[in-house]
Design a binder for this molecule. Structure first.
Ligand SMILES: [Zn+2]
Length: 189
């Protein structure tokens, strides 16, 4: 074997070894940087703390897809005069807008507090894969955010609830349902 050939062969081997070493480092780095469930929850908690400083309610939420946060939400009820602007609903709106779809399957939500019935309903409607929460609804009740009465109301028949309600014009309203039922090109959700 010529001297040049040996040199080239040695150089090639060295390059292969370097390549393997670098890709190993990259893999290690990737594993090392992978955010954990605790990291995502800490972000939701940080949002809730930041929101208190900004004059909002003590609630934050993030939505995660493929190991990355794609949406964040905080409670802006008083700031935006919107009773539905809870952290979870805000995060769901942002995630759906970003992904351009109303079905958030493949995503998970981390919320700093166990959701109220509205947000829990929104989480189901959004088809989120999983929910994580930190504070419990009892913790929320202890500081004046009592949504347990709504949970209690849901158990009751409409006539027994605190919210007075009555049915009206069902025979007229049913027309929209009949139209929907026979519509061939509807987008079901
Ligand atoms: Zn809520």
């Amino acid at each position: 074997m010529k001297r040049n050939d040996i040199f080239v062969k040695a150089l090639c081997s060295l390059l292969v070894i370097c390549g393997l070493f670098l890709s190993g480092c990259k893999q290690n780095n990737k594993d090392h940087n992978m955010a954990t469930k605790d990291d995502f929850m800490r972000e939701a908690i940080a949002l809730s703390i930041e929101n208190v400083k900004n004059g909002g309610g003590p609630f934050g939420a993030v939505i995660v897809k493929d190991g990355e946060i794609i949406a964040r939400g905080v409670n802006r009820v008083t700031a935006s005069n919107d009773p539905t602007a809870h952290a979870e609903v805000s995060a769901i709106r942002e995630a759906a807008g970003k992904l351009g779809r109303f079905n958030l399957s493949g995503c998970e939500i981390y919320t700093s507090c166990e959701p109220c019935p509205m947000c829990l309903g929104a989480i189901y409607w959004a088809r989120l894969d999983k929910m994580y929460y930190a504070n419990t609804k009892t913790d929320a009740k202890d500081i004046g955010f009592d949504d347990s009465f709504i949970y209690d109301e849901l158990e009751l028949k409409p006539a027994d609830r605190k919210l007075p309600s009555e049915t009206l014009l069902r025979n007229e309203a049913i027309k929209a349902f009949e139209m929907w039922n026979i519509k061939a090109d509807k987008i079901e959700y």
